[in-house]
Design a binder for this molecule. Sequence first.
Ligand code: FE2
Length: 117
Amino acid sequence: MKIGELVRTEDFKSEKHVPFIGAPSTVKKGEKFEVEVTVGKEIPHPNTVEHHIKWMDLYAKFEGKPVVQVGHFDLGPTFGEPSVKVVVSLPESATLIAVIYCNIHGLWENSVEVKVE
Ligand SMILES: [Fe+2]
């Protein structure tokens, strides 16, 4: 078995795990921009000791190169909601990939393309 087989992308109807990634679709080379990673943007995910988003990772994948970890955000359980913002600059176009872990429902992912002009 491979870990990728365990990462889910199809969400439940009543509870959302697939992370929202807010990022511009186009940026300038080296320009700083903000990336938001949020779980439960439309339907909030529980944030209790019993059921919470434990961590969120953000990666950048450049064509032909290994994946790069942009950030790891360890969350809880705390009073912090599963939503983070990080300032990023990219040397070239990339796919941003967010992976999150719910202590009950496991691993979930999403990705967006960011084109560098
Ligand atoms: Fe969950």
